[in-house]
Write a protein that binds this ligand. Structure first.
Ligand SMILES: NC(=O)c1ccc[n+]([C@@H]2O[C@H](COP(=O)([O-])OP(=O)(O)OC[C@H]3O[C@@H](n4cnc5c(N)ncnc54)[C@H](OP(=O)(O)O)[C@@H]3O)[C@@H](O)[C@H]2O)c1
Length: 114
């Protein structure tokens, strides 16, 4: 029987708890829905760990405000904002053209759906 998968994390674990001790320098993350809620917390935790983070948002002004706040609070300046409406395939294609890198999602990009 395979070993049971266990985790030190629980219902009270925060994104920052998960990232503690993790170095994401040299990696890139795209976080959708990152103008509010869980997406903001996810983007902030990734930036704190040193990742280059692209906020993929419908409302660019809201995304820019979040990016500015994350830059100030984490001292990670590698934040970008891209306009993306996941319900519109033309918007998805346009986002990938501008922010996707050389391969469809960039060679090292991780996409987190908020
Ligand atoms: N599994 C769990 O235990 C659990 C717990 C909590 C939440 N969730 C889920 O996690 C997700 C996020 O929760 P939340 O509390 O952070 O919600 P939220 O504050 O409402 O955030 C949702 C985000 O998604 C964006 N969004 C919605 N439709 C979009 C589209 N078509 N294209 C691009 N972006 C779009 C919104 O953008 P705008 O700002 O433009 O509206 C908003 O930034 C939800 O689906 C929620 O159900 C799961």
């Amino acid at each position: 029987m395979p070993a049971r998968v266990t985790t030190p994390f629980g219902s009270a674990t925060t994104a920052m708890d998960v990232m503690r001790g993790v170095d994401l320098g040299g990696t890139r993350a795209i976080v959708t829905g990152s103008a509010s809620g869980i997406g903001v917390a996810t983007a902030r935790a990734l930036a704190t760990a040193g990742a280059d983070v692209t906020l993929a948002v419908r409302n660019s002004a809201a995304g820019e405000a979040v990016a500015d706040d994350i830059k100030q609070t984490t001292h990670n300046q590698h934040l970008a904002v891209g306009q993306l409406d996941l319900s519109d395939l033309r918007s998805v294609r346009a986002f990938l053209t501008l922010h996707g890198g050389s391969s469809p999602m960039g060679s090292q990009a991780t996409c987190l759906m908020g």
